[in-house]
Design a protein around this ligand. Structure first.
Ligand code: KG4
Ligand code: ZN
Length: 344
């Protein structure tokens, strides 16, 4: 049994995962309500909330899963990237637990947690990991495509692109905030977009292209255009609902158009044989429109599409324990694990 701990942002989460990848319990204390008045995550509040919730959650997880302390063989904790004060609470807590129990500590990169999350199931063991897969991590802080090889030992991860400015989820959140929708903005925009007509003539959002033939994402142009249109057309929560729906549908469409444009380029640049599976992860992977489109994309290319259960899309400790399991060979003495806000 692996104990997973996640405190990198605004969710305190503790999970227990069996070696076959079955999730025994995955508890999440969300702080969304505490941060909502500020329209975004306040780091200081996040750290204090983690401190308050972490150990009660650990105790509850043990009780819920009906396991004994002795059954825990390792602790896996998110050590980077994220809010440094928030990470420190989780890492310090995990170090204390690992020390106390005399077991190793596995340092987990939060993004790897997301990458493997589509292979976790609600019930039963995890889906067997393929020898190689593409991963699309799309969240509030990240937008990247990765090429992942699974040799014996530890995974080999190559980043194929990244965002040059805003992340896709961040773009949803910032534009939502501007038009008066509550945080987090992604699900709010998705809801308002239902029934709307994506009309690119009325709201022409840019598809950025770089001179150097890079396939990086860049969402700041879409964000700026969205805010400009919203201001010019008086798109606000209190305003015309039909106009709001059309705007949200077009905006969401523009974000996903860029996503698929980059995915297509990344795919074409890979040499044969290409990966047999694509796994979509991160908070934005909860979006229904995206889930439908990626299924179509995969079917057209004969690629198996893996989508995370909604519970495993947003930050959770089950995915951290699962990524820890893949990296067990790197488990160390607890005091050697260091929290870092950035990866490099
Ligand atoms: O992975 P996550 O919980 O936290 C980060 O590590 O960032 O992702 C949160 C992000 C937020 O930006 C939120 O607006 C977005 O995921 N999100 C969505 C949806 N649900 C959450 N974006 C679009 N559509 C959704 N249904
Ligand atoms: Zn995340």
């Amino acid at each position: 049994m692996i104990l997973g701990i996640e405190t990198s942002c605004d969710e305190t989460s503790v999970a227990l995962l069996a070696r076959d990848g079955s999730v025994r319990t995955n508890l999440i204390a969300s702080q969304i309500e505490r941060h909502r008045p500020f329209g975004g995550v306040v780091p200081e509040i996040a750290s204090r909330e983690h401190l308050q919730h972490l150990f009660p959650l650990v105790k509850r997880a043990i009780a819920d899963a009906g396991v004994a302390w002795e059954d825990i063989e390792a602790v896996a904790v998110t050590s980077a990237p994220g809010l440094i004060g928030a990470l420190l609470v989780g890492v310090a807590g995990a170090q204390g637990l690992a020390y106390g129990l005399g077991i190793p500590l596995i340092s987990v990169n939060h993004l790897e947690g997301h990458m493997f999350s589509p292979y976790l199931q609600k019930e039963g063991p995890s889906i067997p990991l393929p020898g190689r897969f593409l991963s699309l991590v799309i969240s509030g802080g990240h937008s990247s495509i990765y090429d992942i090889w699974m040799p014996e030992g530890a995974p080999l991860v190559t980043m194929l692109n990244r965002t040059r400015d805003d992340a896709i989820g961040e773009t949803f959140d910032k534009v939502a905030k501007f038009i008066g929708l509550p945080y987090p903005g992604g699900p709010q925009i998705e809801k308002r977009a239902q029934g709307g007509t994506a009309d690119a003539k009325r709201f022409p959002f840019p598809l950025p292209q770089f001179k150097d033939d890079s396939i990086d994402f860049s969402y700041s142009g879409v964000k700026a255009a969205a805010i400009r249109f919203a201001r010019a057309n008086d798109i606000r929560v209190e305003g015309d609902a039909a106009l709001m729906s059309d705007f949200c549908a077009t905006f969401q469409d523009a974000l996903f158009a860029q996503l698929f444009n980059r995915l297509e380029s990344a795919w074409e640049r890979l040499e044969e044989p290409r990966p047999s599976e694509i796994a979509i992860a991160g908070g934005v992977a909860a979006n229904g429109v995206l889930r439908e489109r990626i299924a179509v994309w995969g079917a057209r290319r004969g690629v198996v599409v893996r989508l995370p259960e909604k519970e495993y899309c947003t930050d959770n400790a089950a995915m951290i324990a699962f990524a820890g399991l893949q990296r067990e060979a790197d488990a160390t003495d607890p005091k050697r694990v260091v929290a870092r806000s950035r990866i490099r």
